[in-house]
Design a protein around this ligand. Sequence first.
Ligand SMILES: *[C@@H]1O[C@H](CO)[C@@H](O)[C@H](O)[C@H]1NC(C)=O
Ligand SMILES: *[C@@H]1O[C@H](CO)[C@@H](O)[C@H](O)[C@H]1NC(C)=O
Length: 427
Amino acid sequence: MRCSILGFTLLVRLSCATRASISTPVVALAVSSFIRTAQAAYTLVDDHSGDSFFQNFEFFTQADPTNGHVKFSSMTEANTTGIAGFMDGGNATRAIYMGVDTTSQAPEGRGSVRVQSQKSYQHALVITDIVHMPGGVCGTWPAFWMVGDDWPTNGEIDIVEGVNDQTSNQMTLHTDAGAVINKPTSSKSRAAQVFTGSILTTNCDVNAPDQSKNAGCAITDDSGLTFGTDFNAQGGGVVATEWTSEFIKIWMFPRGRFPSDISSSQPNPSQNWGPPTSMFSGDFNMDDHFKNLKIVFDTTFCGDWAGNTWSTSSCASLAPTCEEYVSNNPSAFKEAYWAINTLQVFQDSGASKDTDSSSTQQKESAASNGKFIKNAAVTTHAEDRVLSEPDTDVERASGTGAESKWVHGPGGLQPRRRSGGAVLPKQ
Ligand SMILES: *[C@@H]1O[C@H](CO)[C@@H](O)[C@H](O)[C@H]1NC(C)=O
Ligand SMILES: *[C@@H]1O[C@H](CO)[C@@H](O)[C@H](O)[C@H]1NC(C)=O
């Protein structure tokens, strides 16, 4: 079996030829040293889930660089107005909540949040369990992305992004000149490049002469389940981004269909995850275009994308301009919120990855102690109890008891309470 798995002729010949004639330990050694050089072994470097999130992310309060009709709140302001905090119920377990103002007329721009990680990363596997995203609402432009300083010199990776009534997630890289992605049918081995999305544009350069300004290289998902209303209706899912020197890959797994190595926080994408939704790679080194990226979540309105495409979207019938619609219809933005169960960053530890089948099985059975499984159990518990005693439930769900700081949390933010103080399941 090994002989067919390892696509490396010399070693295959060695291990197949020697399997019959020399002792097993020698064969095992040869196999594991091959794997050491061939695969990333990911270890958790930062868990930004729960309270850590608001400790490790800072609120961006300047004018929106993309010219949105928005006012980004400070942490204190967001806490006071309740547009950031935590949320429980349904598939959300102390989920990081980032919403928008749904009550005020907003002629000067609607209240929202934009946060970025204090820490920047060079290469990463970012795994996020998103319960709900703001997509599919006319006037909105939500994004989950990574960006370096001195844009576009150090690059930008848009992981989840779209505007207005869009139903498909658009994944995009923005760089300076010299990064053009290959189509799967080009000279490189097609098998190594398979992904399920469709390429929209191939030149990542924001000034590419043959593309519209700032289009970047973009891949769209065709499933219709990875952005906005349909993504939310299925309870969201896991979005995973793997960034190496050679490629950037993005996977999206619907809730209930997460690979077991994600549930156990022992991710092994190349081994277990199947083809990604998108893969960006070409005859260039990613490291020349992507450096020290921070993780960003935001929801803006109108601006360079949602505003500029308003008149050609189905939203145009709602109001003459995007800004008018966003200013005058606060309650239209009730679904424009992020709810994020977990956000974890892994990096390649450089250690060997043991892919022996017996150890894979051990990892799978260890999944019952893993983050997502644990959360799922808590969620069920929370759902059961929320109906009768919401406040007690909040304390129990966090496992810290009545004296806990749950309500204000070490992050300083209140949990998001909907409908008069009850922690309700997401509608
Ligand atoms: C958030 O609000 C709560 C209650 O109003 C308060 O105790 C807490 O200090 C606030 N945190 C921040 C960061 O403003
Ligand atoms: C939770 O997720 C499941 C899919 O695993 C979905 O069917 C269900 O509707 C979601 N619940 C809520 C309240 O969104």
